[in-house]
Design a protein around this ligand. Structure first.
Ligand SMILES: Nc1ncnc2c1ncn2[C@@H]1O[C@H](COP(=O)(O)OP(=O)(O)O)[C@@H](O)[C@H]1O
Ligand SMILES: [Mg+2]
Length: 210
């Protein structure tokens, strides 16, 4: 397997599954052999969603499978170009197990201090355990305004971490798309798709760097 990336966070509802699914779809569309490992056994968001996608007659976003550990997902990745891990909302121990085996860890976060402060603590704990900062990146989710995005970016930069270019604004159309088995890059609205594409492209570029 060439590359592996995991979406992790301590909090739920921050956009891990949303971004994992969009990355899977876009990587597959660009010709990469892509696997999406759903590690959220409680919720199975990505695997349920993929079933909806196939039922709707849409092309597969990737090969999607459920695993209980990142190591299992890596072992099953075979000759895939890209393994994407959709992590569970989990305490630091689970996250550090994932961090040990993947190339890049993406932590989606909301823009409020309520979200940013604990999210930065998660990365600080990983750095303390020896994970290089270059393998950790934030990605902003469910942002309200451009001003809010800029403020959150500045806050993250001050803590010494990188934030991916692009972000996802909070839009019901994104939820609607995912209800129908689509990704945030496949909504009915060109502007929203372009915004989501920009974020996913930044992520693909970042994966190429690590
Ligand atoms: N940018 C967004 N705008 C609107 N709804 C969103 C957005 N991102 C995620 N959601 C919705 O928020 C909920 C949680 O997102 P999800 O990606 O499942 O988070 P996680 O995997 O981190 O728990 C889902 O209902 C999803 O459809
Ligand atoms: Mg999830």
């Amino acid at each position: 397997m060439a590359w592996s990336v995991a979406f992790v966070s301590q909090k739920g509802g921050v956009g891990k599954s949303t971004k994992a699914r969009a990355l899977a779809r876009e990587a597959t569309a660009s010709g990469l052999k892509t696997k999406l490992g759903d590690l959220d056994l409680e919720q199975g968001t990505s695997s349920d969603w993929h079933r909806r996608r196939l039922k709707a007659g849409l092309p597969p976003a990737a090969s999607v499978e459920v695993f209980s550990t990142a190591r299992q997902a890596i072992e099953a990745a075979g000759d895939a170009d890209l393994l994407i891990i959709d992590g569970p909302a989990r305490a630091s121990k689970g996250t550090s197990e994932i961090a040990k085996v993947v190339d890049l860890l993406v932590q989606p976060t909301g823009a409020s201090l309520d979200d940013l402060i604990p999210a930065i603590k998660v990365f600080n704990a990983l750095v303390k355990e020896g994970v290089p900062r270059s393998r950790l990146v934030f990605s902003l989710s469910r942002v309200g305004t451009e001003a809010e995005e800029a403020e959150a970016r500045a806050y993250i930069a001050e803590s010494g971490y990188e934030t991916l270019a692009g972000c996802l604004f909070e839009k019901p159309a994104y939820r609607q798309a995912m209800n129908s088995g689509l990704t945030v890059t496949e909504t009915r609205y060109k502007g929203l798709n372009e915004k989501a594409d920009e974020l996913i492209q930044a992520l693909i570029d970042k994966i190429g760097e690590v």
